[in-house]
Every structure is written in C-alpha cells, then in structure tokens.
Design a protein around this ligand. Structure first.
Ligand SMILES: Cc1cc2nc3c(=O)[nH]c(=O)nc-3n(C[C@H](O)[C@H](O)[C@H](O)COP(=O)(O)OP(=O)(O)OC[C@H]3O[C@@H](n4cnc5c(N)ncnc54)[C@H](O)[C@@H]3O)c2cc1C
Length: 601
C-alpha cells in the first residue's frame, strides 16, 4: 500500500518529529547492518523524550499587559497563549541543531507569546499591534523549517511572538474550469490533499515533511515536493497569493495565466520566508486525482552513468517521459539500501546485476502518476530510452518500497539522536555541466569534515552507537542511505568506485531527486557518531559543504530555503546588489523591521 497522502498525523512534539514509540522504530535489519558496518551496538536502547520544561524554567515573557491586550484584541476569534508547552513548541524548527539544543535543556530562545489568528482578516490587526508595541513577528506554519526559519529572534525589538497560522486552514474556492484552488495558508499537506481529493483533484506537491508542513510554509520557502520532477516545485504551482504586510495588503497574480505587466511580483513573496509579510491565502494549479501509479527501478554501473541517462530523458524524451518521482542514488546510498534489505530477492538482484557487469550499482527509482493507460505509456517510453543508455532493470520493488516508506524515515532521526548519532541532510542543485563535479566536491567536503574531527582522529569504542540511514523502507531495496567512503576514494568518474573496506564511522550518501532539462538537485544525508560538541561537529560539516557548493557554482539551497542557516552565503549567490534589492523591498513593506528578523538577509 503506497503512503496515504491524505493521512493526518499527530503534530510534531517540541523535541522531535514524531511521537515517541517505546522500543523505537529502528528495524532489526537496519540495526544489524549498523552493527556489522559501523560497529554499533545492535541493542542500543532508544531513550524516551526529555521532560517538558515548566513555565518557571522558561525565560519570562517580555510582553506587558498593554501589548498582550492589543494582541488579544486583534485576534478576537483566535488565541494568545503564554503557556510553557505552546512556547516550547514554537521555539524552533526541525533542524538537527535545533533538536540537539532542545534536547540538551540549554536555555532557549522562546517566543514571548504564541498568537493564533482564527481568521485571515485578523492578521493586519496583529501586525499593526506589533508595530505599535515594538514586537518582532515570526510567521509559523508547520514549524518544519530545517534552516532556522522559525527561530524566535527578536532582533532590536522589545519582544517576539510566534504567529501560528495553522487555524487558517480552509479551502476558500475550487474552480473546476480553471483547475485552481485557493486555500488559507495555514492548511497542512494532508488536509489540503483531502479537500482536493473529495472533489477529484490533487496538488501533487508532497515534500517528505508534508504531514506537518503548511501551504504558506511551502510558498514562503520555495519548497519542492518529492514528485516535483513531474508536477513542478511550489513556485511553478502557485498562480496567486495574498501577502499581508505591515504597509498593507498585496494581491499578487491570479488575473490571467500569464502577464507581461512588469516583473512577476508573486516571486517577491514566494521564498520571502516571512521577512516582508504574512502569506494569508494561496491559489494553486491542481490536477485530476491520481488513479494509478506505475513503478520502475533500474541500475547503472555508476552515478554518472545514471545521471547521463536521466539527462537524456529530460532533454530528448517526449513530454511526460520523466517519472514524476525521479530519484537516482549514488553508489554508496544504493549499497547501504541493498545491505539493509538483504534476503533472497536482494541476493538475486545482486547476482543479476553482476552478470550484467554492474558490481557497485547506482539505483534509479521512478514513479509515474496519473491514469493507468497514461502512466504505462510513459513508463514504456522511458524504459526504452533508459535501456539505450545502459540501464538494467532492477524490478519494480525498490520503487514500490520507497513509496510505502516515504514518510517513515524522519522519525528515525529522533531515535538516532538519543543513541549518540549525528544525522542530518543538506541539498543543492547544479546544471548538468557541473553536476558530477558538484556531487563529488560536496560529498568529499562532508567526508573530509567528518574525518577531520575529533571522532575520526580518536575512533569511538566499538560499542558507541553510530549511524543509520535516513530512509529505511521495507524488505527490498528501497530509498537511500549508505556508509561513508574515506577521503582516498577513487574519483567519481571512475566507472565503478570501490566501497571502502575499512569505513570511517560515518556515512555520506547522495541522490538526485528533482530533475530539470538543464540540471538537477543533489541531496545528501550524513551520519556519524556524535562528538562531544555535536553542534560544532554539525557546523564543521555545513561549512565544508557550503564552501564546496559555492566553489562549484551550484546553489546554496534548492528547496530548504535560507533562514539563518544560509544567510551568510546569500551574498555570494545573488551579489551584494541583489541583497540590497531585497533589503529595499523589506524597507518598503516592513519599515519597522518587525518581520522575522535575522532570516534571509
Ligand atoms: C523531515 C523533513 C523533511 C523535509 N522534506 C522537505 C522536502 O521534501 N521538500 C522541501 O521543500 N522541504 C522539506 N523540508 C523542509 C520544510 O518542511 C519546508 O521548508 C516547508 O516548506 C516548511 O513548511 P512549514 O509550514 O513547516 O513552514 P515553517 O517551518 O513553519 O516556516 C518556514 C519559513 O516560512 C515562513 N512562513 C511559514 N508560513 C508562512 C506564511 N504563511 N507567510 C509567511 N511566511 C511563512 C516562516 O517564518 C519560516 O521562515 C523538510 C523538513 C523536514 C523536517
């Protein structure tokens, strides 16, 4: 059964992604692989979550009675909360350093209050109250930011509130003729897909965070769903939106399918990360509901060979040949995925691939969505072209397994953090010309940073729990993960890079997951035994990855956004003049500078 995109799940707790499962969700097969390859104690116990801080343990709210009264008056149908649980839940996003800090009990920045409007019309009043009382505003959707986007920074202001938008979750209008739907911005992914499914439609924008994230959050971060190769990223799906700013309301787009009336101002709001205003409604292009999926998986002798085949499909294939979900794992990711699924089918697959000269495969997963006839036709055409480029069929099972397990992996990070494992992801995108070099440089940068730290110089005892993959689906080869190779690995252009025989206690694995005619995204998961200062360890990895990304001419972020995490790198990407343009827009729309201080620019 494929993942149900209309299934709502409990809200993320403040300390992690998903509610605690006693005993943990790490599969025995995964534990066995970790024990064998990384020397991890297969019985390492997953710790229960930390206790909820009490109100007395949180910093006192900086809001006085007058400011609180003004906020309460602005949200007559909503709420203003200063409860400890609410403030904690809005104190951070789901970035690994966020979670490490949250769990450590370190004194946190928490918002002085959480304000939850009940109607979009109340937001203007909230912003006016915040300007009047010198309060910074952090728009808060699903809180799934992995770049520090919802960190409650007050900047130069007296206080800071989290503006929780999740009560604004209505379908405002569905236009079956134009095939567009307008939603309030706080609606979460499953509720949005449920509302569309009831009328026979889908948006098809399904990021891995879809069960928590909101439409406004997607828009504010220029998000990309797992099927963005087929459906397009959110920036391509939005036809109109409303932005409430401290200077007034902007209605952007929606008059016509295209317009030459100057630059498209929608794109000032899409990716603005709450720094110029609050996105209150979003109109999106919708499609008929998916009634059939066709799956495919192929192996290539190397990641580069797979990338060349995907490029051919993107550039020379007919429209729609590219699968909607198109994921090419590098050799390391493929190997650990297979290793976690060992059993008769995987042994057969390995033998079959070896008989075709593929010893260290790079696995491509494809999912075509639509109607039965259409998906089969597109799959057939794509398979022909891929085979002409050296693809060897690996059955449909890996792609089916990925689809089943697509939302299950983020919870594993919660567990890994409790057994002393550092795990996180980062991403970029590059043109085809630069893709292989970017892939090599970023992976080597991460490995070098992990190897160069105190952990590598002083190997952990065998019993120290370490790594695990970020995506560990069912009993057949599936999505991602893998062991890190040492810095002396052969160059990636070699046809079949050898996997390390004596791996470092780390894993660095990569894949392509969003494909364009002129390039693709690159996504990495890195995993290592946590050092004594895991934040410093994380920052070392990030700095190395950022440097490699910028040096190779790729983008600092394909879909995670800028937040606090990439703000220092933004000038290198868009230039100082570009940053000045963004600042000028902010001055115009947010002259008091209350909107999400410290993010983006
Ligand atoms: C496990 C996991 C998997 C992920 N997978 C993906 C993925 O596949 N693809 C992807 O693109 N991202 C992914 N992300 C990142 C994250 O989910 C996206 O950035 C998402 O778009 C954020 O939506 P949100 O509603 O949670 O926004 P939040 O985290 O609440 O906010 C993100 C930023 O947007 C601003 N914001 C939120 N709502 C509004 C609004 N209405 N108006 C103005 N500003 C607003 C916030 O101030 C903040 O700066 C993942 C994150 C996690 C933790």
């Amino acid at each position: 059964m494929a993942a149900d995109i209309t299934e709502s799940v409990p809200e993320s707790p403040w300390w992690g992604w998903a509610p605690f499962t006693p005993g943990g969700a790490l599969k025995p097969a995964t534990r066995a692989v970790l024990a064998e390859r990384l020397g991890i104690d297969p019985g390492a116990e997953i710790a229960a979550p930390p206790p909820e801080p009490t109100a007395a343990e949180l910093p006192e709210s900086a809001l006085d009675a007058e400011a609180l009264g003004a906020l309460a008056a602005a949200v007559a149908t909503g709420a203003v909360s200063q409860g400890a649980a609410e403030r904690m839940r809005h104190a951070a996003g789901k970035h690994t350093p966020d979670l490490i800090r949250q769990r450590s009990g370190a004194l946190l920045a928490v918002p002085d209050a959480v304000v939850s409007p009940g109607e979009t019309g109340e937001i203007a009043g909230v912003l006016a109250a915040c300007v009047a009382h010198d309060i910074a505003v952090v728009p808060f959707g699903g809180g799934s930011s992995v770049v520090g986007g919802v960190t409650p920074l007050r900047g130069a202001h007296r206080a800071v509130i989290a503006l929780d938008l999740t009560r604004l979750d209505a379908l405002v209008e569905l236009n079956e003729v134009d095939r567009t739907a307008t939603f309030e911005a706080g609606i979460r992914g499953p509720a949005l897909e449920r509302a569309l499914a009831e009328r026979g439609f889908t948006l098809g924008h399904i990021p891995q965070s879809h069960q928590q994230a909101t439409l406004g959050g997607y828009a504010a971060t220029r998000s990309a769903g797992q099927a963005s190769t087929g459906y397009g990223a959110i920036a391509e799906l939005i036809t109109a939106l409303t932005l409430e700013t401290p200077s007034g309301t902007l209605e952007l787009g929606g008059r016509a399918p295209a317009s030459a009336a100057g630059p498209d101002l929608k794109h000032l709001a899409i990716g603005s990360e709450g720094t110029i205003g609050v996105i209150t409604t979003v109109t999106v292009a919708i499609r008929p509901r998916v009634t059939a999926k066709t799956y495919g998986a192929w192996a290539f002798p190397s990641f580069e060979a797979g990338a060349r085949a995907i490029r051919a499909l993107a550039q020379d294939g007919a429209k729609g040949d590219l699968p909607d979900v198109c994921r090419l794992s590098d050799e390391e990711e493929t190997e650990l995925t297979l290793a976690q699924s060992e059993g008769a089918p995987v042994r057969l697959l390995r033998r079959w691939l070896r008989s075709r000269g593929i010893d260290t495969p790079a696995l491509l997963l494809g999912v075509w969505e639509g109607t039965d006839a259409d998906t089969k036709r597109r799959h057939r055409r794509a398979a022909k072209l891929l085979k002409a480029h050296g693809a060897v069929s690996a059955t449909t099972r890996p792609a089916e397994a990925w689809d089943r397990g697509r939302f299950s992996s983020p919870r594993l990070r919660d567990e890994l953090l409790t057994i002393g494992v550092m795990v996180d992801t980062l991403e970029t995108a590059a043109s085809w010309t630069r893709l292989a070099e970017t892939h090599r440089a970023v992976a080597e940068g991460i490995r070098g940073a992990l190897a160069g730290g105190p952990t590598a110089a002083d190997p952990p005892p065998a019993a120290v729990p370490a790594a695990v993959p970020a995506a560990v689906p069912a009993a057949v080869p599936a999505a991602v993960p893998v062991l890190g190779a040492g810095p002396t690995d052969p160059p990636p252009n070699a046809a079949a890079p050898a996997l390390p025989t004596d791996p470092l206690p780390c894993a660095v694995q990569g894949h392509i997951s969003h494909v364009y005619r002129y390039g693709a995204s690159l996504y990495y998961t890195f995993i290592a035994a946590a050092e004594a200062d895991p934040i410093a360890q994380y920052e070392r990895v990030k700095a190395a990855a950022n440097a490699a990304i910028l040096a190779s001419g790729a983008t600092i972020t394909h879909h995670h956004a800028v937040g606090t995490e990439h703000a220092a790198q933004l000038p290198a990407e868009i230039g100082e003049l570009g940053v000045d343009v963004l600042r000028a827009v902010k001055r115009e729309l947010d002259p008091a500078g209350i909107m999400n201080p410290g993010k983006l620019v």
